[in-house]
Design a protein around this ligand. Structure first.
Ligand code: PLP
Length: 404
């Protein structure tokens, strides 16, 4: 009886073309973005990874992980409160607080959990709080806000006038929190952080910024867009992940010591779960520390992004313009999007996951490309060849070839 119910729901997903098929990959350390695709049984080049800088195979990260594993063993052995706070956790939190110029930082098992737990706790602990949430905020923020039971307003994506209209309609002395992201991962656009901070100041609001797609990648020390723009001090809570540009796993917030203490003391999603393994904390710390000192990876990534965009312009394949490292190729049809991805894989050994509804709105189905310092000129050449052939075959709109 239950099984039939579940099957009906899965069938519905499949009928809509929204059923998720996972690519079973085996990444090759030292050769990433090369990997074995077990489903297709072949070697492929990954073009859609969030290991944006290849830090997941960086020797300093692996060395730190091996060393911590050999010294401390596998797991942390407990929640943070009951024997699970290892020296590595404390060192990593200090590294992250320093990264963002904050008094403190707090680690979570993932970026998702950090958003969910932090927003959930802030919303529940500040009486009468109104949360103003950008319409394109990540699921983890939305779920955290919902869990908090605080009142909320969804403002139009990156729309300062709409945000101000909502703020101005609230009593000045009512507690407010503006929750938003810096780099939005599907369109690659960037929030007007300074202007949002100005509004927050004018209307007495706290600011909560998800820098998941920016930490490690922007700013002279990898502190994110807020660091690049000299705005870290104006943000109350900066949230990030250790699983994307830092190449390991885990999430965190950086904020005042008091705010971190409140989350540490009241957030169920922080308290009642086993702490990250010390080797994970050690690897993440090595990645954060490395990217504070080294700009090589960021510079090489910017060059790779520029080369891919130039290659796309040469073959007339339209890509959404944006000021970030994310290159969305708009296909606008779920079947074509999946077809192109399947053929890229089968004929060109290129793996790009098609992005369909509900991750993005219907009609904006896309291939999301994330060039990295570990993609070679030859990888880019092969990507352009494959896309050119498929764009022609699918009769997708082309841009006039750029005159150069
Ligand atoms: C991926 C993501 C998260 C969650 O981070 P994880 O460490 O992967 O759990 C949070 N916010 C945004 C915007 C993300 O894209």
């Amino acid at each position: 009886m239950y099984d039939a119910l579940f099957r009906a729901q899965l069938d519905e997903l499949k009928a809509d073309g929204n059923y998720r098929h996972f690519a079973e990959l085996e990444r090759h350390r030292g050769q990433f973005p090369a990997a074995t695709h077990h489903g297709a049984q072949r070697e492929v080049t990954i073009w859609c990874s969030n290991d944006y800088l290849g830090m997941g195979q960086h020797p300093a990260v692996l060395q730190a992980m091996h060393s911590a594993l050999d010294t401390c063993g596998a797991g942390s052995g407990g929640t943070r409160n009951i024997s699970g706070t290892t020296h590595e956790h404390v060192l990593l939190e200090a590294e992250l607080a320093d990264l963002h110029g904050k008094q403190a930082a707090l680690l979570f098992t993932s970026g998702y959990v950090s958003n969910w737990a932090s927003l959930g706790t802030l919303g529940a602990r500040i009486p009468g709080l109104m949360i103003l949430s950008d319409a394109l905020n990540h699921a983890s923020m939305i779920e955290g806000i919902r869990h908090s039971k605080a009142e909320r307003i969804i403002w139009k994506h990156n729309d300062l006038a709409d945000l101000e209209r909502h703020l101005a309609a609230l009593p000045l002395d009512r507690p407010k929190l503006i929750a938003f992201e810096s780099v939005y991962s599907m369109d690659g656009d960037i929030a007007p952080i300074a202007e949002i901070c100005d509004l927050a100041k004018r209307y007495n609001a706290m600011t909560y910024l998800d820098e998941v797609h920016a930490v490690g990648l922007y700013g002279p020390r990898g502190g994110g867009i807020a660091e690049r723009e000299g705005l870290m001090r104006r943000i109350d809570v900066i949230q990030g992940t250790l699983g994307k540009a830092y190449g390991v796993t885990g999430g965190y917030i950086a904020a005042s010591a008091t705010l971190c203490d409140v989350i540490r003391s009241f957030a169920s999603g922080f308290i009642f779960t086993t702490a990250l393994p010390p080797a994970v904390a050690a690897g993440a710390r090595a990645a954060v520390a490395h990217l504070k000192r080294s700009d090589l990876e960021r510079a090489a990534q910017r060059r790779a992004v520029a080369s891919v965009r130039e290659a796309l312009d040469r073959i007339g394949v339209p890509h959404l313009p944006n000021p970030s490292h994310i290159i969305p190729l708009m296909v606008g049809c779920p079947q074509k999007c999946r077809y192109i991805a399947d053929r890229l894989l089968a004929e060109h050994a290129i793996y790009i996951q098609p992005i369909n509804y509900p991750t993005v709105p219907r009609g904006t189905e896309r291939l999301r490309i994330t060039p990295s310092p570990v993609h070679s000129a030859e990888d880019i050449r092969r990507l352009a060849l494959g896309l050119e052939a498929l764009w022609a075959e699918c009769q997708l709109a082309r841009r006039p070839i750029a005159a150069q």
